[in-house]
Ligand binder design. Structure first.
Ligand SMILES: Nc1ncnc2c1ncn2[C@@H]1O[C@H](COP(=O)(O)OP(=O)(O)OP(=O)(O)O)[C@@H](O)[C@H]1O
Ligand SMILES: [Mg+2]
Length: 235
């Protein structure tokens, strides 16, 4: 079984399906790009996966279990959703300290994860003074606190400049090289195509294609493959 499973997942809002009968599996130890244009249903599917939204139909599994049934979830799955809020008046360290307390994780992890995301210099700065890119790094740091086997990242490249995106690519590849399973969403197809092993492409809530990158694209640029796969649809 995959590290993450979506099985006939449907999420409707007032009769309209944001996610429509999505079935897909994420293989362990690989980076899977969860791709699709704005409004495709990526965030909705990920919110269902981590129990922030309730599926209308179907189910999701992480490491064989429902997210709600995971024992010690911070040590299993690190989650970065764009909605994650930090306390603006507290420092990076203080924000992470709240999370280590909640997750019963050693406080010594805080300086380790800040170093991993290259935010050690901002350790004692208040989050209200952070740039968007710094907040993204702090979100990644928070996801790493429990040294999870799986990372679920929703649009982590949002707001990053080219240097930040290059850094993110090497960060994600490094996690994979350490055996972490990464599911990462993006609406900008070109952003992650060089580091992604597998892709799941959705459009209007429905699966368009999934599988190893080379098989799905057939040697085309991902963007061209996407346009071919969704030909006839207004994207
Ligand atoms: N809480 C909600 N209430 C009503 N409609 C919603 C809700 N959340 C999402 N939707 C709708 O579901 C559809 C999918 O949205 P979703 O945010 O999942 O897309 P996305 O693929 O993450 O897009 P983006 O690339 O812009 O982040 C959209 O049409 C959106 O308007
Ligand atoms: Mg989204």
């Amino acid at each position: 079984m995959g590290a993450i499973v979506f099985r006939h997942l449907t999420k409707s809002y007032r009769g309209t399906s944001a996610v429509d009968n999505l079935t897909a599996e994420i293989q362990p130890g690989r980076v899977t790009g969860f791709l699709g244009p704005n409004g495709a249903g990526k965030s909705t599917a990920l919110r269902c996966l981590v129990a922030l939204a309730r599926p209308t139909k179907g189910r999701t599994r992480i490491l064989g279990k429902r997210y709600q049934s995971l024992k010690d979830p911070m040590r299993k799955v690190g989650v970065v959703l764009d909605s994650r809020g930090f306390h603006p008046g507290l420092t990076a360290y203080q924000n992470l300290r709240i999370l280590t307390t909640m997750g019963a994780i050693a406080a010594s992890r805080i300086d380790e994860v800040l170093a991993e995301v290259e935010l050690s210099d901002a350790r004692n700065k208040r989050v209200k003074g952070f740039s968007l890119g710094m907040k993204q790094r702090l979100s990644l740091a928070s996801a790493l606190l429990g040294s999870p086997e799986v990372l679920v990242l929703d649009e982590p490249a949002n707001g990053l400049d080219p240097a930040g995106i290059a850094w993110l690519r090497s960060f994600i590849s490094g996690q994979r090289d350490n055996g972490v399973t990464v599911l990462v969403s993006s609406h900008q197809l070109a952003e992650l195509e060089t580091i992604v092993d597998d892709v799941i492409i959705i459009n209007k809530g429905k699966l368009v294609a999934s599988g190893p990158m080379a098989e799905v694209t057939g040697g085309e640029r991902l963007e061209e493959a996407f346009l071919r796969l969704t030909a006839g649809d207004v994207v």
